[in-house]
Design a protein. Sequence first.
Length: 173
Amino acid sequence: MFNFFIKKSVKPIFFYKEKILLAKNVKFNHNNIINADGEFIKIGENCVLEVGVYLRLWGGSIQIGKDVFIGPYSVLYGHGGLIIGNNVLIASHVTIIPANHKFQDKSTVIMRQGESRKGIIIEDNVWIATGVTILDGVKIGKGAIVAAGAVVNEDIPEYCVVAGIPAKIVKKY
């Protein structure tokens, strides 16, 4: 007989656990990796991290508000600081990178030129659809919606919908 409906409890893998602060009722799914190799990771109340979510600081910090959903296989880095407000929906396969490689010196390979680290802020009540990439130095305003597959490389005002590569405003509401 097959046991298809038996769900084993799988704990996330924590690195530098002492720098990870979890509020009440944070739910993890299978294969989460939380690497606090920097300042801190703070996750607010009632957050859900779905299958395969990967958080890594790379020397920075990640602060997640309350009632945030992070969809399967999303990757959130903290290089220059990542702040996510309350009631934010982050769909599957989203990548958030608060850093960028420098490349001004043609005589030095890019990987040896260092990084800029401006940080990313995502305000309250934002919906980030599947496959979105958010790049360094961006602020996403309250109530904004980022359409599937968009690449966000500049600030998004409150209460608007953006889409495309690079993301542009398609609707204000």
